[in-house]
Design a protein around this ligand. Structure first.
Ligand code: ADP
Ligand code: MG
Length: 628
């Protein structure tokens, strides 16, 4: 399983009134996680059986018709709220009983002896989502311990704290409580819009409608206006459609609770199908006293039923636009539509936004085509996953254009990669270094421009090369400057200069420096991690080998020049140390640590010899100056 293992993983959760979802960033991409049945949307329903384990999600939703009193749905409406503040409309058709607890906080009584706080019910949903994530990611149960959870923008402190407590009860550290519209904007990639960009988020869910207007300031979204109706959503459309069927199919009045639930579920299925199909057949086989019903419903018929409900979202849009100062009062558009000005984008969120008629209403009201690039019912969860990914550092390559995705450098002595501009440097960027000739009488130097994270040049990608000519001289006498600069368009210029002559050469490398395929970047980085140990050993070896290559001839020269000043024992020590270096160089397994040690020992053994050479050189210098 890719790069997801450790407990530093943070999951993103859309804890919705009707549905909840969980997601995560994997290899740089946000994904939503499905349960074992392949479902990404978990109904936010919890069933508390008389005996046995709590049931969450789809099987719990089925229990609503059978045991409504023990089945808690839409618990989000009760989060952080006092019993006395709840309105009749918050409570009707809940199906279970809501009591007043300590401090008048709302509590759910699933039976005489069992009272549950709303956050305890939410915690059961969160626990379930966590286990969905753990199985989908194939990690140990209980290993996911951190989460980002979304809430409506209008949630007050109490409601946000209750949500946080729900997370903690589920054993999750809540790293951030994120506004739903902000999460949606992240999912649509609107964080890449300019500073001061304004976006409207139209969120039409199962039981709530929220309109938020966000403005991007200092790189973060701020909610500048919200409006909506906490009792308006797809459920209302289901109910209206069920009534339509009762009338047009002439269904009996005395339907049982279960029959009502079946009719409602069938209405909902019909509604959802009509978002794609022009007509759908509703079927109620053996529905009542052995009788069956069946009828074709067209999109037109559906729209007549749904229109009054969908139209109710419009005044909220207008109010929020007005509050944000985005309605141009000097003119009016076609029909009764206002002129909206200063709004950059409108995005659709929530399952009910899948209805084509909703899209038309949004287009008319806002005077612009909504952005349909994401699934409306998945956007909030995707955004939560992205935020979670940002918090745990998993979203690194999202912004590719303004940073270097991989390190840039050149090959130096021994085939090593010498990094000049490290990976993730913001562009434009400029950096350089001075290089010298490795051997005497060298006449030119080949500058190979490399990209990648590996220690050895050969394992990185070559972007180009230049030959720099210079006048021959002893080792280390040439001075070649290499400067890399990347401009804001991602063009890399490599400038080489022979400092003796001042002669410049420029190599231009287009695109390659910044424009790398995400997958290749991922592959390069994971390879560099996989090979980190070997690569490091290789680098230390190469450096040690370069040192030995320098040291051994130098020692031979020193012995020839001043060996006579040392006694036999001293000479033997030096010869032994030199042999040890030669032996270490020969070891086929390339033991870098051994070679480094041998070099060091040789260095130490020749200290006295080096001192004598320096002394003699000084005497000579003094003598000759005296002699003049
Ligand atoms: P919430 O955020 O309130 O939990 P969701 O965003 O999950 O709600 O929206 C749930 C609602 O979306 C339900 O009423 C469901 O019937 C409706 N819905 C889902 N898919 C479709 C569809 N294809 N067409 C119309 N409505 C849909
Ligand atoms: Mg929602």
């Amino acid at each position: 399983m890719s790069d997801l293992q450790s407990n530093d993983l943070i999951i993103g959760i859309d804890l919705g009134t009707t549905h909840s979802l969980v997601g995560v960033v994997d290899s740089g991409f946000p994904i939503l996680l499905a349960d074992s049945d392949g479902r990404r949307l978990t109904p936010s329903v919890v069933h508390y059986p008389v005996n046995g384990e709590v049931i969450v999600g789809t099987p719990a939703a089925r229990m609503r018709a059978v045991a409504p009193g023990r089945t808690v749905a839409s618990v989000k409406r009760l989060m952080g709220r006092r019993r006395g503040d709840l309105e009749a409309s918050d409570l009707d058709d809940l199906g279970f009983s809501v009591k007043s607890g300590d401090g008048d906080w709302a509590e759910i009584a699933v039976d005489k002896n069992t009272r549950l706080k709303p956050e305890e019910v939410s915690a059961d949903i969160l626990r379930h989502l966590r286990s969905v994530a753990e199985s989908a990611l194939e990690v140990e149960p209980g290993s996911i311990q951190r989460a980002v959870i979304t809430v409506p923008a209008y949630f007050n402190d109490g409601q946000r704290n209750a949500t946080k407590r729900a997370g903690e009860l589920a054993g999750l550290k809540v790293e951030r409580i994120l506004n739903e519209p902000t999460a949606a904007a992240l999912a649509f990639g609107l964080d890449k819009l300019d500073e001061n960009a304004r976006v409207a988020v139209y969120d039409f869910g199962g039981g709530t409608f929220d309109l938020s207007i966000l403005e991007m300031r200092d790189g973060v979204f701020q909610v500048i206006a919200t409006d909506g109706d906490t009792r308006l959503g797809g459920d209302d459309i289901d109910a209206a459609l069920a009534n339509f069927f009762r009338e047009t199919l002439d269904l009996p009045d005395n339907l049982s609770l279960e029959q009502q639930a079946t009719l409602l579920a069938e209405s909902r299925r019909t509604k959802e199908a009509l978002s794609h199909a022009e007509s759908v057949v509703i079927r109620l086989p053996f529905f009542h006293e052995g009788k069956s019903w069946e009828r074709v419903v067209s999109r037109d018929e559906f729209e007549k039923v749904a229109r009054p409900i969908i139209d109710r979202t419009r005044p909220h849009c207008l109010r929020a636009l007005g509050a944000a100062g985005l309605i141009d009062s000097t003119g009016s558009g076609p029909g009764l539509n206002p002129v909206v000005s200063g709004l950059d984008r409108v995005i659709l969120v929530g399952g009910s936004s899948r209805i084509p008629m909703v899209r038309e209403l949004v287009e008319r009201t806002f005077g612009m085509t909504p952005d349909l690039s994401q699934h409306p019912d998945e956007a909030v969860a995707l955004g939560a996953a992205i935020q979670a990914g940002i918090l745990c550092g998993r979203v690194r390559n999202v912004v590719l254009l303004d940073v270097t995705p991989l390190s840039l450098g050149i090959e130096t002595f021994g085939g090593l990669m010498n990094v000049i501009i490290p990976r993730n440097t913001t562009i434009p960027a400029k950096a350089g270094e001075l290089f010298t000739n490795a051997v005497a009488n060298q006449e030119m130097m080949l500058v190979r421009v490399l990209q990648g994270e590996r220690e050895m040049a050969k394992d990185n990608w070559e972007l180009g090369q230049v030959e720099v000519a210079f006048s021959p001289g002893p080792k280390g006498s040439a001075r070649v400057g290499v400067q890399f600069s990347i401009d804001e368009n991602g063009i890399l210029n490599v400038l080489t200069r022979d400092t003796a002559t001042g002669r410049d050469q420029v190599l231009e490398i287009r695109d390659a420096a910044v424009d790398v395929d995400d997958e290749q970047v991922e592959a390069m980085i994971s390879e560099s991690v996989d090979h980190a140990f070997d690569d490091m050993n290789e680098r230390i070896w190469t450096e040690a080998k370069l040192k030995s290559d320098e040291l051994l001839p130098a020692v031979d020269r020193a012995l020839a020049a001043a060996g006579d000043a040392l006694n036999e024992a001293e000479l033997a020590t030096i010869r032994e140390a030199a042999d040890a270096v030669r032996a270490a160089v020969e070891v086929p397994s390339r033991d870098a640590a051994r070679l480094k040690k041998a070099n060091q020992a040789l260095d130490e053994a020749t200290e006295a010899l080096a001192a004598i050479i320096v002394e003699r050189a000084m005497e000579k210098a003094l003598g000759s100056s005296l002699g003049e």
